[in-house]
Ligand binder design. Sequence first.
Ligand code: PCA
Length: 199
Amino acid sequence: MKTILVTGFEPFLDHEDNPTRKIAAVLDGEVIGEYKVKAAVLPVTFSGAADKVKEKIEETNPDAVMMLGLAAGRNPITPERVAINCNDGEVDNNGVKKQDEEIIEGGPAAYFSTLPIRNLVDALTEAGVPAAISNTAGTYVCNNIMYQTLHYLKERDLSIPAGFIHVPASHQMALQKHGLASMSEEEMLRAVRLMIEAM
Ligand code: PCA
């Protein structure tokens, strides 16, 4: 049986929750399609998140890596196409703020996802879950871990599929913030299971 490392994040900024934390917790240990899930929840920090992914890769020796994060305000599930070599954005959970900084000094400008992003979107769309490829993962911690993970795998010649997928806010979060686009936690769980099956 293959192993897939699935990561979620803790809450950050003024978000009371992060649906990806629960998705990771629920899926940990599940067998989905060809994969057994090993899950981890990451801190939303420029300095610690990517190190934890690398640690988990070393610990679990996965055949695929699917990193998940919240994109509050987005409506569909969005597999990211690309991560860029840039840290810039709001403060992280350590109170650290980055601006116009390279993630890896002199590193490649960008890395493309090696997840089958078109297949993932098609599988979700066929199952009735709103989904679309996103062409920007932003420049905050999600982009950071996608970039660093793909860089780490490349440097080690590990050609396993890896990439990042943003999910919308949950309905619970939308109840606190009027007008926030949302999806139910059950639907997001179903979506992640469908994507793992489609891998
Ligand atoms: N979303 C943030 C960081 C943590 C998360 O869940 C992002 O999109 O960068």
